[in-house]
Design a protein around this ligand. Structure first.
Ligand code: BES
Ligand code: ZN
Length: 852
């Protein structure tokens, strides 16, 4: 594969350390440039003649060093490839402290990183915001700096801005003074000692609402562009409650006196935890009581809880280097649930976690081309590559496993110990394990080693003979090809719960095999606490199936079985028809999270066989499950429904609609037609729009485009954009792709829209063709950061050799920066699809013929 950059180490030498930055920036919101000056107080530990620091796309005018009252200007050389500048001096600079003064200028770019611009319309007028996104390695685009997480320093930020604008940074202003030409100088109070990637400054026209945590301790504000503060109330409430929760939970008060949450119209990810000034995309912060769906409201709560967890875990205590990024992201992805569960117990968020992040992690990490949680990274493109579901989802899953193992109180105590011990400092993974080990007295370091240092996770296979059950562990591969090639023999330390006839047992399973003597053995990994899959011999599987049918199995275990049965069919442990057969045990199922796993298994298989001549029979099979469910749920909410009924309703209707249930389609069309008189509930809109579009034609396409263009609420825009990717006419889908790349769609949304067309079975080939044809433009607009890998991941749905050859050929010639690993994963998955289809096509067909 063509490599984007050479991957040699790009770390700064460590004999020069920053202590304090006095940084002043003057952005120009018309020319989209900025002028900057800084004085960095540095500590030099070794006599030197040159200083290297990070800088990217910045023009340096002068750089001058002052020590012991002597000053000297530097000769400046740019090392663009490794994103640094070297300042060379004639005379030696001695050990000790010095001041480095740099005058520079840069651009306010449109790449959603560094110091960038965001654009929006208000009353027909175009407006701009200048804002920052520095994680992981883009502070260097805004000012020359020592841009590594362990190079913590204090920042004194001043922003020189037009008199009528608002400036926000990590702390509150200490002074606002008039400046020439209608400008003002906003000087912010010094930040705590912190990493460069957490700094932020935002300039624009904003409105805000505010509140206080208990005892008026911390001022919390939510900023939006003009006219949107009524959508900020929910966020303010959640932010205050989250802060109060963490204050208590970590037993360390939030160290700043203010926390701002800012909605930015153009934003690459969902949100960023800048200390005291958290930035969000609008859909991750704004809630409109009438137009926000329950699932988006939950998302908003999750994102806020996640970013606020980082204020401690990440900001106060930071990983030494990006190798341990997972400490930040895995941990925040765990805490977000703990916090939201406290705030909204009726949501049963941990159940949703199991059906969402946890399942994603199990899928991704079953590839030979996954990576260990702790992974060596150097170059910025490698760093951006690991903001992936191994760091987030597997990271949170292994933390959850530790919590279950040592118990929730010890877990909390361990965290308190860890955070207090390492405040304002940097850590490695072992520091966290040491803390848990200290408070629990259990061998956490040893137990966790394989989980964070090795790729993958085990599958536990159960077989039985004469009341002896044998449980065997081996690494699980989703691809039968990868598993044949594999030679490695990792044995994991697995905290394992299993069920005997009456009681449950917990052990630490550290060998290749164990034998359990028992009359009956129920589901193992009870409650899905450990990061493993399970498989059973036919007899045991039959017994479990009957327990499901009779409603005797707990929900998490039903979910685990539904999830794993399709995965082990894909992996070749069983024939796919066994999984289909097993799915029928779920016909009385009532829980959303279990259906969610079933639907995703059924859907994956549908994408695999959608070009085969038995696809109609497959649809009949799918409808045999989803139609009765849709009928039972109906289109309207009912009194006294469970918390997740609206989700189950959507799942049932959208699946029934997708597999062709005529009644459901007709009813959806009626609801859509009457929407002016009888507005569609926000919860149902995505489902209804999807059904309308997938049964629609040119007229519907044009209508959705018009609705999209007129809509200003971003969440609704997303739903309408999604509808445009659901059509079944190739010409129209092609128009959608062009629309996605046009000015009508924000860059932040384009990769998602293209990916959704790609995931539409009708759109698979045209999306790939389109991406190839427009690759240059795509790279130009989205080439940096995580967009490319997001965009390319739907390649995994391809399933014929010709495509694989074509894709490989293309990426031998073209770069895909930050998506190198994604491509390896895609190749592995396509190979797996080809092998799976070849092996099981006939048996699936036979089973369908026999039964439908
Ligand atoms: N630190 C990240 C933001 C980020 C992501 C920076 C990728 C650089 C690259 C932030 O804390 C985060 O994880 N945001 C998530 C949302 C969260 C709820 C999982 C996101 O933006 O998807
Ligand atoms: Zn995060």
């Amino acid at each position: 594969m063509k490599k984007a950059q050479n991957r040699k180490s790009v770390r700064l030498p460590n004999h020069i350390l920053p202590i304090r930055y006095d940084l002043s920036l003057k952005p120009d919101l018309e020319s989209f440039t900025f002028e900057g000056r800084e004085v960095i107080q540095i500590k030099i530990n070794k006599l030197t003649k040159d200083i290297t620091l990070h800088s990217k796309d910045i023009k340096i005018h002068t750089a001058q060093i002052t020590h012991n009252k002597k000053s000297e200007f530097a000769k400046i050389s740019y090392q663009e490839k490794i994103e640094t500048i070297k300042l060379s001096f004639k005379n030696n600079i001695p050990k000790g402290e010095a001041d480095l003064a740099i005058v520079f200028e840069g651009v306010i770019n449109d790449k959603l990183r560094g110091f960038y611009k965001s654009t929006y319309n208000i009353d027909g007028k175009t407006k701009h915001i200048a804002t920052t996104q520095f994680e992981a390695t883009d502070a260097r685009r805004a000012f020359p700096c020592f841009d590594e997480p362990a190079q913590k320093a204090i920042f004194d930020v001043s922003l020189i801005i037009p008199g009528e604008k608002t400036a926000i940074s990590n702390t509150l202003p200490i002074s606002i003074k008039e400046h020439e030409g209608g400008y003002k100088v906003v000087k912010f109070s010094p930040t705590p000692i912190m990493s460069t990637y957490l700094l932020a400054f935002i300039v624009g026209d904003f409105e805000y609402i505010e509140g206080w945590t208990k005892g008026k301790k911390v001022k919390v504000r939510v900023f939006t562009t003009k006219g949107k503060t009524h959508q900020a109330k929910f966020a303010l409430d959640v932010a205050i409650k989250s802060l109060e929760f963490y204050n208590e939970y970590f037993d360390i008060p939030y160290p700043l006196d203010t926390l701002d949450l800012i909605a930015i119209p153009d934003f690459e990810s969902a949100a960023m935890e800048n200390w005291g000034a958290v930035t969000f995309r609008e859909t991750a912060l704004l809630v409109d009581e009438e137009h926000t769906s329950l699932s988006n409201k939950q998302w908003v709560a999750i994102v806020i809880a996640h970013e606020i967890a980082h204020q401690w875990f990440g900001n106060l205590v930071t990983m030494h280097w990006w190798t341990d990024l997972w400490l930040n992201e895995g941990f925040a992805s765990y805490m977000e649930n703990l916090c939201v569960d406290k705030m909204f117990p009726s949501w049963h968020i941990w159940d949703l976690y199991l059906a969402d992040r946890y399942a994603v992690a199990l899928r991704l990490d079953s590839l030979a081309n996954s990576h260990p949680i702790e992974v060596e990274v150097h170059h910025p493109s490698e760093i951006s590559e690991i903001f992936d579901m191994v760091s987030y989802a597997k990271g949170s899953a292994v933390i959850r496993m530790v919590a279950e193992y040592i118990g929730y109180e010890k877990f909390r105590d361990g965290l308190r110990y860890y955070l207090k011990k390492h405040s304002y400092n940097n850590t490695n993974t072992v520091d966290l394990w040491n803390a848990f080990e200290k408070v629990s007295g259990k061998p956490i370091n040893k137990m966790m080693e394989t989980w964070t240092k090795k790729t993958g996770y085990p599958i536990l296979s159960v077989s039985s003979k004469n009341n002896i059950f044998e449980v065997k562990q081996e690494r699980f591969f989703l691809s039968r090809i990868s598993s044949t090639k594999n030679k490695e023999k990792t044995v994991w330390d697995i905290p394992l719960k299993y069920k005997l006839e009456k009681d449950s047992k917990s052990i630490l399973f550290k060998k290749k095999n164990i034998k359990i003597k028992a009359k009956t053995l129920g589901k193992i990994n009870e409650g899905e606490g450990s990061f493993v899959r399970t498989s059973y011999d036919k007899e045991a599987l039959g017994t479990l199936g009957k327990q499901i049918l009779s409603g005797k199995m707990p929900v998490k275990d039903r979910l685990g079985l539904a999830r794993d049965i399709f995965a082990i069919a894909e992996a070749g442990y069983i024939k796919t028809e066994e999984a289909l057969k097993f799915s029928l045990y779920y016909k009385n199922e009532e829980e959303y999270i279990v259906w969610s796993e079933l639907a995703s298994g059924i859907n994956r298989l549908y994408r695999l066989i959608n070009n085969e001549n038995f696809v109609d029979k497959y649809k009949t099979y799918a409808l045999s499950l989803f139609s009765p469910l849709a009928e039972k749920m109906g289109f309207n909410n009912k009194n006294k429904e469970g918390h997740s009924a609206p989700f189950l309703r959507n799942l049932a209707i959208s699946n029934a609609g997708a597999y062709g249930d005529k009644n459901i389609i007709k009813k959806s069309q009626e609801i859509f037609k009457n929407r002016k008189r009888n507005p569609i509930r926000a919860d149902m809109r995505s489902t209804i729009y999807g059904i309308i579009a997938s049964n629609g034609s040119k007229k519907e396409w044009e209508m959705f485009v018009k609705m999209y263009s007129n809509e200003s609420f971003h969440e609704e825009k997303e739903r309408l954009g999604y509808a445009l990717t659901r059509l079944k006419d190739k010409k129209l889908l092609e128009k959608t792709l062009n629309f996605a790349l046009s000015k009508n769609v924000r860059n932040q949304d384009t990769p998602f829209m293209i990916a959704q067309v790609w995931q539409n079975p009708v759109g698979r080939d045209i999306a790939w063709k389109f991406v190839k044809k427009n690759w240059k433009e795509i790279l130009k607009n989205y080439g940096e950061g995580g967009f490319i890998s997001r965009l390319l991941s739907p390649l995994e749905g391809h399933k014929i050799t010709k495509d694989l050859v074509d894709i490989k050929k293309f990426f031998n010639k073209n770069i895909a920066p930050g998506a190198e690993r994604t491509l390896e994963q895609v190749y592995e998955r396509i190979n797996s699809n080809i092998a799976w289809l070849k092996a099981d096509k006939n048996s699936i067909k036979n089973w369908l013929d026999k039964n439908y």
